[in-house]
Design a protein around this ligand. Structure first.
Ligand code: ATP
Ligand code: MN
Length: 455
């Protein structure tokens, strides 16, 4: 394989002959010299290539192969640069139409040209951090004895309650509409109604009760109509599930996992994170480092409501009351103003959580946990699962869920039931948190959100 620019930049500048390949980010002409910055995405920085003549035919965006000698650079930000000897333009980019010109573009504009935006400094850095974090997820679980499992993307269970579902069908809807017939899902591909999954948890539980420690890492779909900076319709979720574990074990795992991911990013993505700190979110590095040194605060939902009630009523547009789901404004108030650091909120009212969460002795609250972080709010949601067959069945009854449809899931409580727990970490929320990017649509290559599925 041909060397990457990041490897070339690390070479000693002892007049080595090298060939650089990449795309032109900028070109400056000064008297008879031309300074060309070439990037290949392997690092935040590109390599400066200096020609002793003008290059009228070369423009921003073109792909090039430049041969020359590495020499010490007079510029402060780089050790070496290329004294260029020859240039081959591999692919031109017409300056009259190439959309990525030197000026700063808005992220909204870049979303319209998502097929080219990875060539910008910011989106390139996001892609590298995202890739490193994905690998770190596997590293962490591998080190901790977890098995990576793949759960189905198409599902026929519709009552999990995590969010609105996308239906999957091969029925001819237009023909049905013309004939004014109601769809018969027995004639559909799977013989019943089917959907894109909102979570791999239930299937992960079945493997956790065989392999003890498992995790999933895959795409998840929610028809979230809410047009926020933290919600996508298609996102990636990491869901560890562990047997012989209670909520406390789950909280420890979540804290260790997040800290491992942050320290990996701080260590291996240092240049990219310094860039985000300078250009996207001031103080980002300090805030990430402070999380590493902190202990996550544990707070019950009930105590959290008490804290929120102490705040002046003008702090919120929606008044916090016991029994209501916390809004993002409440979550951020708790983590940014009350605790000033990550919080794990636990023991939510059963009415606002899913049927499978373990019921507490009070009969009112469940062993749920949400991890909240400053600047973002919820990053992780999880729980200890109900492992008692009778309790689980009666919870399902209360919620009008047909136990027949979940027979396989109930079997886990019939045969060799154990206390077990797990959580879901939204991968894009993590990337958002680590990079400081404001909008979740800018931390996934091709965002799918309400009204948006281009490319
Ligand atoms: P929120 O209240 O923020 O909408 P949720 O309570 O619906 O989240 P869970 O069902 O607990 O979320 O999902 C687990 C995790 O998946 C969340 O903590 C979050 O990190 C992530 N997540 C949930 N919904 C989305 C979404 N629409 N886009 C991106 N990530 C999401
Ligand atoms: Mn949601």
């Amino acid at each position: 394989m041909k060397p990457l620019i990041k490897d070339i930049l690390a070479l000693p500048a002892a007049s080595q002959e090298v060939v650089v390949r990449g795309w032109v980010r900028t070109k400056r002409e000064l008297k008879n010299f031309t300074f060309v910055e070439v990037h290949d995405g392997s690092a935040l920085t590109g390599i400066q290539c200096t020609f002793e003549h003008t290059l009228p035919e070369l423009s921003t965006g073109a792909s090039v192969e430049i041969q020359g000698k590495l020499v010490p650079s007079p510029a402060a930000e780089q050790a070496v640069e290329l004294a260029a000897q020859s240039l081959r333009i591999i692919g031109k980019a017409d300056p009259a139409s190439y959309p990525l010109q030197k000026k700063r573009h808005s992220f909204e504009f870049l979303r319209e040209i998502a097929h080219l935006r990875a060539r910008t400094a910011t989106l390139g850095a996001v892609a590298r951090v995202r890739s490193r974090l994905a690998f770190a997820v596997h590293e962490f679980f591998h080190q901790q004895g977890f098995q990576y499992i793949q759960t189905p993307i198409i599902t026929t269970s519709d009552a999990e309650g995590a969010g609105a579902l996308f239906q999957v069908t091969t029925l001819d809807l237009e023909a049905l509409a013309r004939s004014a017939r109601a769809p018969d899902y027995q004639e559909d591909f799977f013989g019943k109604k089917s959907f894109l999954t909102v979570s791999g948890q239930l299937e992960a539980e079945t493997y956790a009760t065989a392999l003890t420690r498992v995790y999933t890492f895959g795409p998840t779909f929610r028809a979230e109509k809410s047009n926020t900076t933290r919600h996508l319709a298609e996102f990636w979720m990491i869901e560890p599930e562990l047997a012989f574990a209670n909520l406390h074990d789950n909280m420890c795992l979540a804290e260790n996992f997040l800290k491992f991911l942050l320290s990996t990013a701080l260590c291996d993505c240092e240049a990219d994170l310094r860039f985000f700190d300078a250009h996207i979110e001031k103080g980002l590095l300090d805030s990430l480092k402070s999380v590493l040194d902190s202990r996550f605060t544990h707070l019950s939902y009930t105590d959290a409501i008490n804290e929120l009630e102490k705040a002046s009523p003008e702090s919120f547009t929606c008044k916090p009351v016991w029994g209501c789901d916390l809004q993002s404004e409440h979550e951020r108030f708790l983590t940014e103003k009350v605790v000033r650091g990550p919080i794990i909120l636990t023991d939510y009212p059963k009415e606002i959580k899913a049927f499978y969460m373990k019921l507490n002795a009070d009969g009112e609250t469940v062993r749920a946990m949400d991890v909240l972080v400053p600047r973002l709010g919820e990053i992780i949601g999880g729980s200890q699962r109900e492992d008692n067959l009778r309790t689980l069945e009666s919870r399902m009854q209360e919620l009008g869920i047909n136990p027949q449809a979940y027979n396989w899931y109930l079997d886990l409580r019939r045969y060799g039931s154990v206390p077990h727990a797990g959580f879901g970490l939204g991968f894009e929320r993590l990337v958002q948190y680590v990079t400081g990017m404001t909008n979740i649509r800018d931390v996934i290559p091709y965002p799918r959100a309400v009204g948006q599925a281009e490319f």
